[in-house]
Write a protein that binds this ligand. Sequence first.
Ligand SMILES: [Zn+2]
Ligand SMILES: [Zn+2]
Length: 244
Amino acid sequence: MTELTFLGTGNFMAPPGRYWNSFVLDGNVLVEPSPTALPHLRRCGFAVDDMEVVVISHFHADHCFGWPFLLQAMAEAGGGRTLHVVGPPGLERHLANMMDAGAVRSVLHMAQERLDLRFTEVDGSWQQVGPLRLRAVEVVHVPYLRCFGYLFDRPGGVIAYSGDTTPCDGLTELARESDALVVECNGRHLPPGATPTHMDEDSVRDLRAAHPDLRIVLTHLGEQVDTASIEGVTIPSDFERLTL
Ligand SMILES: [Zn+2]
Ligand SMILES: [Zn+2]
């Protein structure tokens, strides 16, 4: 069994009652260092140095702009321990640029002194990242950014996470290869003629119908989503723990 603790379940707009999407797997893997990841780790009873791996799906701000605060707290906990960070190609440079943009390059220097920081770029194969075995699957979200979902090999089964995605071959692969899928549902319906960049109520219903045996959990929820209208899925609240 795998325990997921949702630090946030909202989309970019952090709609009322839902902070930015982020969750913890089994107490030591943080998926998406969202802007509120650090305070919400504390609120859910985790110590920041419990986290051994930080996983990033793509470089949009709602998914990774908590990194400077998290790294400062992790560096203060220090002790020379190893912290793994895994994400898209260009990961280490992107996170260093974020420190420069925030005028806190000193945080990175302190972390490099006090932690054994290890960056892993995903390559589509099964990869061992510290205690976590994972495989990234590229998904289609926006045309200017590479975006990945993940398969996490956990005791008792494979847990998948979509990152931000549209219905695409990558999402089908994640659904097919997993026992439970945490998938985004950003909006209600696509306006006629619009090009999708996210999942919505309709595409989640299609996914539900196409994979009847799959456990589906929704996150990255927009304010407009009518959660009562989608049957056969689990919709966690912020700070809720699920056992899958
Ligand atoms: Zn997002
Ligand atoms: Zn995004």
